[in-house]
Design a protein around this ligand. Sequence first.
Ligand code: 5RP
Length: 233
Amino acid sequence: MTSPAPASALTQDELKAQVGRAALEYVVKGDIVGVGTGSTVNKFIDALATIKGDIRGAVSSSVASTERLRALGIPVFDSNEVEELAVYIDGADEIDGRGYMIKGGGAALTREKIVAAQSRRFVCIADASKLVNTLGAFPLPVEVIPMAARRVIRQFTRLGGLAQVREKDGAPLVTDNGQHIIDVTGLRIPDPLGFESEVNQWPGVVTVGVFAHQRASVCLLGTSTGVKTMRFS
Ligand code: 5RP
């Protein structure tokens, strides 16, 4: 008989799987679930497939998540078909002790924010490396309309940041919405609410990857000693 691996031996992938499974506890039976994007959410989607008979389906935040959900037999609804969701489950690139997050490492930030905004509760699932004191070490993703990219980059330079257009295969990455992503390093964001409000009204910005107005209500943090639950509201 093989004995379970000691907790300290858990890989980041296993920590993600752990929180993906733990998030099932927040899924409301008979309901439609809001589903985010990324490698941690992929673990959640795999876990969700094991209880798919208990839910009506999902509202998805990206083409990638939609494909994974459908491949596993989970119906996907358009967000416009659903008025309100009980819960939205998604990962984060950074989360602080107040539930404020940086998101968008997977370029899905705008749709993620839309689904989060139509959900009563945001359950963030993340491994412990994502917990920070102050947001900003992770390059901040900002979705922009391509013709505004240079101007937005100059605005971030004035704030002390270093911004560049995200590329894929040698060309600007194109989001699910047909727009581009700017990644900004060198920022420190002690006031996420004010920062999000400010940047979101710059012309050409579709969404900034600070999730403060749509912060997490709960974070399930995968640690080597198990899942730690942080509640923010
Ligand atoms: C995608 C996101 C993801 O939630 C974020 O990048 C975390 O991803 P992962 O779970 O792969 O670390 O915001 O746009």
